[in-house]
Design a protein around this ligand. Structure first.
Ligand code: TPP
Ligand code: MG
Length: 304
């Protein structure tokens, strides 16, 4: 297992970028590059990471870095990989790294196609649960009840009225070699998965929970605490799917019936994006989370 203490000192995603304090995506990019190493090519669509890490003439990436269009991440990464192979540089790791909007919504078609063709790339979705770069609009990955600028909280509408899209399950349904979820709050699990994904051939999909203090109206110094609470309450499940088998890697505290035991309210109350939420909405969301947890357990059991 790779731990945060084993990482090289040299940064391949350097300081000097312009991410907000407490940005989960910046924490991820920095640590991720220490595992992926120099023989890596990054493709990045429009997203916060592009703006804070790669706006000309400044660049935090110390590896080749490409940007084309918002909806093309997986297909651009696949094209780069095929091109490199054809000039004898097929050993390079090609990574497509996009936000949740660029993955669960607008990049979905290219992503599904690349997964179905089993393109030899690593796709990383950092999940900050909204379109943050353009001013906090809801995405398919925004959770139920969350305030965003397009799901306002007022008398009639009280935040997002639909539930979070289950992208990792959609990717599992493609039958690709590797799908995993992780979180910036559990670096050893995250780094081990990155190391594993780096070595596997074929299509690999990682979805990483990345706190966004600005968009979630939360304190920057609580970034890791919030991310931990997401796992403890079952709002975010950490698992991996490899060669047709699924395993939940970090289990939250459960009661004797294997039900979740930490109420989601503890997670919601840490963030201003849920400030308006009613008791009725909380219980609706709690039921959804309980059901999702049961489903995740059942899938793990079925795919042992
Ligand atoms: C085709 C297209 N539509 C819309 C945009 C505007 N746009 C740029 S970044 C962005 C939001 C990205 O959200 P997400 O992928 O979740 O990344 P985040 O900003 O949250 O890191 C949008 C809507 C664009 N660049 N191209
Ligand atoms: Mg986003």
């Amino acid at each position: 297992m790779t731990t945060i203490h084993d990482l090289p000192k040299e940064d391949l995603f350097t300081s000097g970028h312009t991410a907000c304090p407490g940005c989960g995506a910046a924490i991820l990019a920095r640590n991720m590059m220490k595992v992926l190493g120099k023989n890596t090519v990054i493709y990045n669509p429009a997203c916060c990471l592009l703006v804070f890490g790669g706006t000309y003439p400044h660049l935090s990436w110390k590896v080749p870095y490409h940007h084309v269009a918002f909806e093309n991440t997986a297909v651009c990464a696949a094209g780069i990989k095929r091109g490199l192979k054809s000039i004898g540089k097929g050993d390079a790791l090609v990574v497509g790294m996009a936000g949740d909007g660029g993955t669960a919504d607008i990049g979905m078609q290219a992503l599904s196609g690349a997964a179905e063709r089993n393109e030899d790339i690593l796709y990383i979705m950092y999940d900050n649960e909204a379109y943050m770069n353009t001013g906090i609009q809801r995405s398919g990955s925004t959770p139920y009840g969350a305030w965003t600028t397009t799901t306002p909280a007022g008398k009639v509408i009280k935040g997002k009225e639909l539930f979070k899209k289950d992208m990792p399950q959609i990717m599992m349904a493609h039958g690709v070699p590797y799908v995993a979820t992780a979180s910036i709050a559990y670096p050893n699990d995250l780094l081990t998965k990155l190391e594993k994904a780096k070595k596997i051939r074929g299509f690999r999909y990682l979805q990483i929970y990345a706190t966004c203090p600005t968009g979630w109206r939360a304190a920057p110094e609580k970034t890791v605490e919030i991310a931990k609470k997401a796992v403890e309450t079952g709002m975010w499940t950490i698992y991996e799917y490899e060669n047709g088998k699924m395993k939940i890697n970090i289990k939250p505290k459960l009661d004797e019936n294997k039900n979740l035991s930490v109420p989601i309210k503890e997670y919601l109350m840490m963030q201003g994006r849920f400030r308006h939420i009613t008791d009725e909405q909380i219980s609706l969301l709690q039921n959804w989370v309980n059901e999702k947890w049961k489903r995740d357990l059942a899938i793990e059991k079925a795919l042992q």
